[in-house]
Design a protein around this ligand. Structure first.
Ligand code: ADP
Length: 672
């Protein structure tokens, strides 16, 4: 085993690798950029080396600098995590040329699987089923369009260098083909420096099922069963599980076998994942799965496999990389129970899931969650007070649950998501919570279109109930904070003084202004306070008691509610029943009128680069027409006309770098 390793990554995966290294007595070296000088992974390592500026190209993608850091600190091996340099064969060779060990597969295996077109051709020869399609050299749009006709619509265009769902377009018919091809090529170029695309048959009602494989340096290869990653939004995984629902043993065996063959065909060692697209229109069949691609690294969703196999995949990676034989035969493995993983991101579901930034003023995870050996596991690279910056992936945490059955594990996931409390930053937690309660998902009826079909219901945000508003209003007046840990007698006195008066409080929830009048009522005690909360057309009497930390019990009209209240300057957040509401206090809003958002304008929803402007002054447009494409975080977002009208002014041009809220286009005022 190694004595010291360097982790060429950041965030949760860097922390996760370090946790195993520490358990094995292996010393760790972190690398960090300017933006991560105080990051969790930097603090967690035994040593940390600064490698450059915040932009990934100048730090986490700077292979030479990272290798130098390893040399400088005496690390013997480099773990790449996922993303960044993890699938870069040139980096693997440079690491090896420097006399260090790359904790991952050989460069040749990464190269073989690096481009989707070459990988498909190779797998075809190895006898692994691949999705029918065109994966030749030509990029002539006419030829590709003709191939699409041959394949038969709908087809999927994929950037051959793509990953993470980038550079991919579903095309329903010939009239959309060329525009979609151009978009996929642009995204391929922007994200991967390679515009080339392949075209393949779009499998209807597809499921994404992948097989975890492991090989050692002595020629052994096994699989660690499957993960179902069908819950996706725009081809990106949202919730993963292991095993796959309704997986017949013979299909599992056939997929496992195909994956092991794929690994053997390229002389694989280390952790890898063979992804298959599966026909989910009926029961799973041994002739109903096709190779999509192989990810030659540890995957984000590896913890669900760890949960059901009881193996630590990072430990196996370290052992295999240091030359030890796997020491596990296929027959030694079995699946124990069921596991889920949900990816918690700083992103705004109400703005089309745009990545968000902000400071994690409050961050609390389920009690008792632990890294391993727990039925609820949280893998996170951030701590309370940390910032989600625009520089990197806005992941906050992975929530992993394990139970004896699928429904037990899913129940645990619902509870765990409800116990993740974040304030200061928009998150997808409510969306994940809604998804975890989705009936079809609960029945195991998953396919990659599920989220898109039900997106409205999944992102619906019903207004808060009156008791929630009442609790926020009372909290906003500072009446609850002082309840946490002050001397009850002085409190009681202060409270008595106040009984015969009332106070008004204004709360702002999104666009809605909520005004309440609060009156303290008699009959309370130092621990239970009673108030009447009036709004224009009704009133509510509540009794509220502190229940430890940020939790409160509220009783009204015979009903009981448990809430968590979190206070930030000029904000109160209420968490209850898997939902959260952040109320702004009006003085926080003074002077920050949102100029944007009217029916006449198109504004940038976040900082980004203008890629396409398809409207000109004088154009007649219909509500919903695509007008501008903005690229942010290497993803394209299409901005549409807010209403029918005539374009009065276009303020953005292709190539402009625009700021959040920048005015991009204005429609002529409507005639009355
Ligand atoms: P990436 O490398 O960008 O993740 P993949 O090739 O792995 O791209 O595909 C990502 C997702 O896109 C899959 O999980 C699946 O949901 C969908 N997908 C890919 N290929 C097909 C196909 N031929 N038919 C239907 N859906 C597909």
């Amino acid at each position: 085993m190694f004595r010291k390793i360097l982790i060429a990554n950041r965030g949760e995966i860097a922390c996760r690798v370090m946790a195993t290294a520490r358990r094995l007595g292996v010393q760790t070296v972190a690398v960090f950029s300017d933006a991560d000088a105080n990051a969790k992974h930097t603090a967690m390592a035994d040593e940390a080396v600064h490698i450059g500026a915040a932009a990934a190209a100048e730090s986490y993608l700077n292979g030479a600098r990272i290798i130098e850091a390893a040399r400088q600190t005496g690390a013997e091996a480099i773990h790449p995590g996922y993303g960044f340099l993890s699938e870069n064969p040139g980096f693997v060779e440079a690491v090896e040329d420097a006399g260090l060990v790359f904790i991952g597969p050989p460069a040749s295996a990464i190269r073989a699987m690096g481009l989707k077109d070459a990988a498909k051709a190779l797998m075809e020869t190895a006898g692994v089923p691949v999705v029918p399609g065109y994966h030749g050299e030509s990029q002539d749009p006419d030829l590709l369009a003709a191939e699409a006709e041959n394949i038969g619509y709908p087809v999927l265009i994929k950037a051959r260098a793509g990953g993470g769902g980038k550079g991919m377009r579903l095309v329903e018919g010939p009239s959309d083909f060329k525009a979609a091809l151009a978009g996929a090529q642009r995204e391929g170029q922007a994200s991967f420096g390679d515009p080339a695309c392949l075209v393949e048959k779009f499998i209807p009602k597809p499921r994404h099922i992948e097989i975890q494989v492991f090989g050692d340096k002595h020629g052994a290869a096994i699989h660690l069963f499957e993960r179902d990653c069908s819950l996706q939004r725009r081809h990106q995984k949202v919730i993963e599980e292991a095993p796959a629902p309704d997986m017949p043993d013979e299909v599992r065996a056939a997929m496992g076998q195909a994956a092991v063959e794929a690994a053997k065909a390229i002389g694989y060692h280390g952790a890898g994942t063979v992804e298959f697209i599966v026909d989910g229109s009926g029961p799973l069949r041994a002739d109903g799965f096709w190779f999509m691609e192989m990810n030659t690294r540890l995957q984000v969703e590896h913890p669900v496999t760890e949960a059901v196999t009881g193996l630590d995949l990072v430990e196996l990676q370290l052992r295999v990389a240091s030359g030890e034989p796997l020491g596990i035969a296929q027959d030694d493995l079995s699946i124990n129970g069921w596991a889920f993983e949900a990816r918690v991101y700083a992103e705004d579901a109400s703005k089309g899931f745009l990545p968000a930034t902000g400071t994690l003023d409050h961050l609390a995870f389920p009690q008792g969650a632990a890294f391993a050996q727990a039925t609820t596991r949280i893998d996170s690279g951030v701590r309370p007070g940390d910032e989600i910056s625009p520089w990197y992936d806005p992941m906050i945490a992975k929530v992993i649950t394990h139970g004896p059955t699928r429904s037990a594990a899913l129940n645990k996931l619902r509870g765990a998501l409800g116990d993740c409390h974040v304030a200061g930053c928009v998150t997808n937690l409510e969306f994940l919570g809604a998804l975890s309660r989705h009936d079809g998902f609960a029945r195991g009826e998953v396919d990659t279109g599920l989220i898109a079909r039900d997106i409205d219901a999944l992102t619906d945000r019903p207004a808060p109930s009156e008791p929630v508003v009442a609790a926020a209003a009372v909290g906003a007046l500072g009446l609850l904070q002082e309840q946490q840990g002050s001397d009850p007698w002085s409190l009681l006195l202060g409270w008595r003084h106040w009984t015969d008066a009332y106070q008004f409080v204004d709360l702002q929830l999104g666009e809605t202004r909520l005004s309440r009048r609060i009156t303290a009522l008699d009959g309370g005690s130092s621990t239970v306070r009673k108030y009447r909360v009036d709004c224009g057309d009704g009133s509510l009497e509540i009794a509220i008691a502190h229940a430890g930390d940020d939790r409160y019990r509220l009783e009204t009209d015979g009903k009981r509610l448990t809430l968590a209240l979190v206070f930030a300057p000029n904000q109160v957040s209420v968490f209850t029943d898997g939902r959260s509401f952040t109320f702004d206090l009006p003085n926080a809003l003074a002077g920050t009128e949102q100029g944007a958002g009217g029916g006449d304008t198109v504004v940038a929803p976040m900082p980004g680069l203008i890629k396409v402007v398809s409207a000109a002054t004088g154009d007649n447009v219909d509500r919903g027409d695509a007008l501008i494409v903005i690229e942010a975080m290497k993803m394209e977002h299409t901005l549409t006309a807010p209403r029918n009208g005539v374009v009065e002014e276009v303020l953005a041009s292709v190539g402009d770098q625009v700021t959040d809220g920048a005015l991009l286009l204005r429609l002529a005022p409507e005639d009355d």
